[in-house]
Every structure is written in structure tokens, then in C-alpha cells.
Design a binder for this molecule. Structure first.
Ligand code: AMP
Length: 307
């Protein structure tokens, strides 16, 4: 049996401490896979694969369990290990951020195992984590029809070769413009995207923060603006990238399509999810929006912004 439309995500499940110019959130639930699942599960069921240590707070586990159609069969707890923890501080413009600390903990150990019941997944999202771990995960999902990865500066710096190897195995990559420039040496988002296609993927989504995103695909280029957010709408941008990816992948999963037109619509869903995420700390922005809120914002955005 295969499950061509099942969406599997892996990445970090972590404990975040976030400072903004006006507020601070201490040891809240975060991590790339947690944010992704919070957004994707608003549109389609999600299978989550990840590891935490035995210090993972019970409240955070309950929060994950309460997300809706997120299957936590692949969430492993390793005794004697520490959960991934990350601290970040936003600058006054709320766009740039500084990483204060990254404690890999259990993420630096053996990668999580994909449960047998998840091995038939059709769509795979490799959320931000070590590229060797991402590649190890991918090998455990042999029937996939679409694999998309995320990455970030840390991995471009410390695991460049593993990342290039990973790119030869995935269909798409989602990364921000500074990371794309860092990886390829190209400052222009489209040029950087094209350079990335040279490593193997069929498409690259280059995110440009408040200026939207560019999809560079073998079949063409598409752009999407960001949802216009005034200053008072932005409480905490953490997770915007992961929830963008969640909306993007879940739209593909629920439609079963991966052509250029579907990818364009998926970009809009990603943008909508990210716009809710930035309105609150942790997963709250995207998890607490009602289905009607999501739909209304998608309609507004698609009418005015989509090409
Ligand atoms: P984003 O704002 O979309 O880049 O995602 C931020 C989330 O990614 C936070 O919840 C962090 O816990 C997590 N994160 C930060 N650094 C890393 C890293 N090096 N690898 C994996 N996840 C990370």
C-alpha cells in the first residue's frame, strides 16, 4: 500500500527563547517541525517524525497533541538526552534576527527513525536540521513523489558538502534570500535559484521576508508578495519560514498536484500561514486562527496578490 498524498515532516521540535524589542517569551514550544505541523495540519493531515529529550516539557507535548490531525507516532523521546533549544533576538525592524544560542542536544545524535506505518508517505518535508539527518530520513521514505527541504546559514557553514549532496536527492528547496546568496554566491534571488537548480532540484523557493517569495522552477518563474503586515501585526516572526513551508506543502498534499500552477497557489497558502504566525509567540498565531479566518485571508490575498 502506498499513501501518495500523505505528508510527512521531520525537523526540530524544540524549546525557544525569543526576545523582541517589546517582549520576551521564555522556553516556549518551537522548532522547525513543530511550526510546520501547526500550519500544515490546518489544511491536511501530517505525519511528524522527530526526537526530543526527556526534558521535553509535558505542556509542550500536550500542545503538539492538541494541534489536530498530526500523527505523533514518529515522535521519539530519548532518555538521558536534551531537547533542541534555540534562542533568538529580533532587531528593531523585526525582520533581522540574531541567534543567541543553538543547543543541538538530541539533534546531534542518531537521526530519528521513520515508523514503518509512515514509510509509504508520498510527500516529505525535511524541515531545518542537519543535512545528513535530512538525507538519512529521506532514505527511509522510498515511495515519495515529492521531497522538499529547508536549510539555514548554520548548515551552509558547518555542513556545506552534506547540503549539496542532499540537494541532489530532493525535488525542491525552500530557503531565504540571504541563505540562497550565501549558498550560491549570487545576490539576485532568481540567479541564486537557478544556480541551486544546477545542484539537482526541480524548483527552489527563495523567500524575501516582508517582500514575498520567488519560485524558480525548471518550467518557469513565479513571484508572490508577502501579506502586508503593519507594525502592530508583527509580534514574533519566529516560525514564519516553517509555517510558510507548512501551508505550501499541505496545499500540494491535499490537491495531489505538483505542477507549476499548483505550486503558485501553494505559495499563497504558505504566505497566509506565515502571516498568522507572526501575530503571536510560539505556535499560537497559526494554531488559533479559525478555519474561517484562514479562508478569508487566503481569498483576500489571492484576489489582490496572486499572479
Ligand atoms: P524560522 O523563523 O522559520 O526560521 O524558524 C525558527 C524555528 O527554527 C525556531 O522555532 C527554532 O527552534 C528552529 N531553529 C532555529 N535554528 C535551527 C537550526 N539550526 N536547525 C533546526 N531548527 C532551528
Amino acid at each position: 500500500m502506498t499513501a501518495p498524498h500523505s505528508l510527512l515532516v521531520t525537523g526540530t521540535i524544540g524549546i525557544d527563547t525569543v526576545e523582541t524589542p517589546s517582549a520576551r517569551a521564555e522556553r516556549v514550544l518551537g522548532g522547525s517541525a513543530a511550526y510546520f505541523a501547526a500550519a500544515a495540519s490546518r489544511l491536511a493531515p501530517v505525519r511528524l517524525v522527530g526526537v526530543v529529550g526527556d526534558d521535553f516539557p509535558a505542556d509542550h507535548r500536550r500542545r503538539l497533541e492538541g494541534l489536530g490531525p498530526v500523527d505523533l507516532l514518529g515522535l521519539e523521546t530519548r532518555v538521558g538526552a536534551k531537547t533542541f533549544a534555540w534562542g533568538g533576538k529580533y532587531l528593531l525592524n523585526m525582520n533581522e534576527r540574531e541567534t543567541l544560542f543553538t543547543e543541538l542536544g538530541v539533534v546531534a545524535d542518531a537521526p530519528p527513525r521513520v515508523p514503518a506505518a509512515f514509510a509509504d508517505s508520498g510527500l516529505v518535508f525535511l524541515g531545518n536540521t542537519h543535512p545528513a539527518v535530512q538525507a538519512g530520513l529521506l532514505d527511509q521514505v522510498p515511495n515519495r513523489t515529492l521531497a522538499v527541504a529547508d536549510t539555514m546559514d548554520l548548515w551552509i557553514n558547518v555542513a556545506h558538502d552534506e547540503l549539496v549532496h542532499l540537494l541532489s536527492k530532493v525535488d525542491g528547496i525552500v530557503l531565504n534570500d540571504s541563505e540562497a546568496a550565501h549558498l550560491t554566491g549570487e545576490r539576485n534571488a532568481i540567479s541564486a535559484g537557478r544556480r541551486i537548480l544546477g545542484y539537482g532540484p526541480k524548483f527552489a523557493v527563495v523567500k524575501k521576508g516582508e517582500h514575498g517569495a520567488v519560485l524558480v522552477h525548471r518550467d518557469g518563474v513565479a513571484v508572490v508578495p508577502a501579506f502586508p503586515a503593519e507594525e502592530d501585526m508583527v509580534v514574533d516572526p519566529t516560525g514564519a519560514g516553517d509555517t510558510f513551508a507548512g501551508g505550501f506543502m499541505a496545499h500540494l498534499a491535499r490537491t495531489g498536484r505538483t505542477d507549476l500552477e499548483a505550486l503558485q497557489t501553494a505559495l499563497s497558502w504558505g504566505t497566509v500561514m506565515a502571516s498568522f504566525t507572526i501575530g503571536a509567540f510560539s505556535l499560537d498565531g497559526v494554531a488559533k486562527a479559525t478555519a474561517a479566518d484562514l479562508e478569508a485571508r487566503y481569498r483576500l490575498f489571492a484576489r489582490h496578490a496572486r499572479v
